[in-house]
Design a protein around this ligand. Structure first.
Ligand SMILES: Cc1cc2nc3c(=O)[nH]c(=O)nc-3n(C[C@H](O)[C@H](O)[C@H](O)COP(=O)(O)O)c2cc1C
Length: 289
C-alpha cells in the first residue's frame, strides 16, 4: 500500500474536520469548567474561608481590570474624630461594663422594642472586613417561636451534656451551674440570634465575599452587649452546640448565614444570682512597651 492509498483509507484523516471540532468542543468545555471551579473554590487562609480566591497566584494589572469592586467608589469626606462622647468618658464606660454579668435567670418584664432597635443600630456601627457588614440580628419576641427555639436547644443540649461534651468541659462548667434546661429562652422577652453571613449577593447576582466575617460579627456583638448594658438590659452570650442549622431553618435564614451566638435579652429576675467571678486586673491583661 503506497502512502496515498494509506492516507485515503485512514478513518482519522477522512474525518479530520469532525475530530478537530470535537477537540475544540472538549477544550472549550474544560476551560469553562476550570474557570467556574476557580470562582467557587474555597481557600482557607488565616482560619477564614474564602470563595473564588487564589492566594498562590500573583494578580497582574490586566487580571485586576476584570474585577468590579463590591463596594462602590465613595467620595472621601473630612472627619473630625470622635466628638460625641459619654460624660466621664473612659472611666464611666469601664464602670458600666464592669457591671455587666451573664444573666441566666430572667424576669418576664416587657422591654420596648425601640430600645432593642437602638441597641442593634449601635451594633450595626461596628467595623467590618472591607465594610461588608456581614451580620443579621434576628430578634424573636413571639412566645411560640421562643418555645420552638427552646425545644430545639434543650433537645440538643441534653445530648451535648450526656454524650458530646468531654468530661473536662462538663467539669469546667460546674461552677456556672448550667445544664440542658434553658428556662431563660422562654422567660426573656427577646432572643437575639446573631448570624454571620459568609457571603452575600450583589444586585447583579455576583457573589460578594465577606472577609473576616466571624471577627466582624464578634466585634458587632461586643458593641451590642455594651449597648444593652447602657440601656439597663441584661443578656447572656450562648453558643448552642449543634443547633445552628435547625435554628437557621426555623427562622428561614439562607444557607450562607451561620449562627454565631444567641442572646436572651431582658431584665434580671429578682431572684437572679450569678457566680462571684473575679476579673483579671489590668497588669495581667495589658503589656506596655
Ligand atoms: C463565646 C462565648 C460563649 C458562651 N457560651 C455560653 C453558653 O453556651 N451558655 C452559657 O450559659 N454561657 C455561655 N457563655 C457565658 C460565659 O459563661 C460567661 O461570659 C463567663 O462565665 C463570664 O461571666 P460574665 O459574663 O458574667 O462575666 C459564653 C460566653 C462567651 C463569650
Amino acid at each position: 500500500m503506497n502512502l496515498q492509498s494509506y492516507l485515503n483509507s485512514s478513518l482519522f484523516l477522512q474525518n479530520w474536520q469532525l475530530l478537530l471540532f470535537t477537540f475544540l468542543v472538549i477544550f472549550i468545555i474544560s476551560f469553562l469548567i476550570h474557570k467556574k471551579h476557580n470562582n467557587t473554590r474555597t481557600t482557607k487562609l488565616d482560619g477564614q474561608e474564602y470563595i473564588g480566591v487564589n492566594f498562590t497566584k500573583n494578580n497582574s494589572d490586566t487580571e485586576y481590570s476584570e474585577y468590579v469592586p463590591a463596594l462602590e467608589e465613595k467620595e472621601h469626606v473630612p472627619y473630625n474624630g470622635a466628638v460625641i462622647t459619654l460624660p466621664g468618658k473612659a472611666e464611666q464606660f469601664y464602670k458600666m461594663m464592669n457591671n455587666r454579668r451573664s444573666v441566666r435567670i430572667f424576669s418576664q418584664t416587657k422591654v420596648p422594642i425601640e430600645v432593642i432597635e437602638d441597641c442593634i443600630r449601635a451594633a450595626g456601627t461596628s467595623p467590618s472586613g472591607a465594610h461588608t457588614e456581614p451580620w443579621t440580628f434576628c430578634v424573636v419576641g413571639c412566645a411560640k417561636l421562643k418555645q420552638s427555639i427552646r425545644e430545639i436547644i434543650e433537645k440538643e443540649e441534653e445530648l451535648n451534656y450526656e454524650q458530646r461534651m468531654h468530661r473536662q468541659w462538663i467539669t469546667d462548667l460546674k461552677p456556672l451551674r448550667t445544664n440542658h434546661i434553658k428556662k431563660y429562652l422562654t422567660d426573656a422577652p427577646y432572643l437575639i440570634l446573631v448570624f454571620k453571613q459568609m457571603y452575600s449577593f450583589l444586585p447583579d447576582g455576583r457573589k460578594k465575599q465577606h472577609y473576616y466575617n466571624e471577627i466582624s460579627v464578634s466585634i458587632a456583638t461586643g458593641i451590642l452587649l455594651s449597648a444593652l448594658q447602657a440601656a439597663g438590659l441584661n443578656s447572656l452570650v450562648t453558643t448552642p452546640l449543634n443547633c445552628g442549622p435547625a435554628l437557621r431553618n426555623l427562622l428561614k435564614r439562607p444557607s450562607y448565614e451561620k449562627l454565631l451566638v444567641l442572646l436572651p435579652v431582658g431584665y434580671a429576675a429578682k431572684e437572679c444570682v450569678v457566680p462571684d467571678l473575679k476579673r483579671k486586673p489590668l497588669n495581667k491583661i495589658m503589656v506596655t512597651y
